[in-house]
Design a protein around this ligand. Structure first.
Ligand code: DC
Length: 236
């Protein structure tokens, strides 16, 4: 089996990262959560007063600060998922908060931020053998990825899943607020000028509204086996 690049794009809270992590583990591939990088930049902007009360980011100041923002992924214990670090500080829990979710889409729409993160993300793919999830992985970051999946689910189901996830972590969250955040992010992510959320022409769509996690894993593994043994998928 050859090493390939797997791009998993889709809507917020559609289950992309659960599927991507599972596939990476099963295939022995690296997993990169591109959304975590946008979230870490957002946290930096929040901490440095670069977001106005109405949510508008100070794009010039943030663009100038980008070279000072170092985002890394660290594994604390073998077998554990990696944790996102911002300039050396573990911010994995903080970047998942609703406060960061509420600010991330306008930050992710800034071209300077996208260019910087896209360059960093491409660096992870040099040796292939990688699963990356996000919004523009199959369209912009790795347009030649051998396997592309676009995950979709209804906003209500996605909000219910995200709400359950936050509650399970002991975080207070109102279902209505979570749904509102998901709809707002969908809107900004789909309509931004620079690499908007859209399905790549050669992506396979998975609508997982009525699928169990096990069914999704099985579906993904079957596609992965096909793509990683298919010689015609070699595009380089
Ligand atoms: O996947 P997530 O919810 O953690 O992503 C957080 C935000 O980052 C999302 O609202 C849109 C943005 N994002 C993006 O624009 N491009 C990516 N490749 C990944 C995430």
């Amino acid at each position: 089996m050859k090493q390939i690049i797997v791009a998993i794009d889709g809507y917020s809270s559609s289950g992309k990262s659960t599927m991507a992590k599972h596939l990476a583990r099963a295939a022995g591939y690296a997993y990169v959560d591109s959304g975590a990088m946008y979230r870490a930049v957002t946290l930096y902007a929040m901490r440095h007063g670069m977001i106005a009360d109405d949510g508008t980011p100070d794009s010039n100041t943030l663009a100038q600060a980008l070279p000072e923002i170092e985002i890394t992924f660290q594994v604390r214990q073998a077998g554990e998922a990696s944790r996102t670090c911002l300039n050396g500080e573990d911010v994995e829990d903080e970047i998942r908060s609703l406060a960061v979710s509420n600010h991330v889409s306008p930050i992710a729409a800034l071209p300077e931020v996208r260019h910087r993160i896209t360059a960093l993300l491409r660096g992870f793919g040099h040796n292939k053998g990688i699963v990356m999830d996000g919004r523009d992985i199959g369209t912009t970051v790795f347009p030649d990825a051998e396997m592309k999946v676009f995950v979709d689910a209804s906003p209500e189901i996605r909000a219910r899943r995200r709400h359950e996830e936050l509650t399970a972590k002991g975080k207070q969250a109102d279902y209505g607020d979570v749904l509102k955040n998901i709809l707002e992010r969908d809107n900004i992510d789909k309509n931004r000028k620079d690499s908007p959320l859209q399905q790549a022409a050669d992506a396979v769509v998975l609508c997982n509204d009525d699928m169990s996690i096990e069914e999704q894993h099985k579906w993904l593994m079957n596609l992965f086996k096909l793509r990683s043994t298919d010689d015609s998928a070699h595009r380089d």
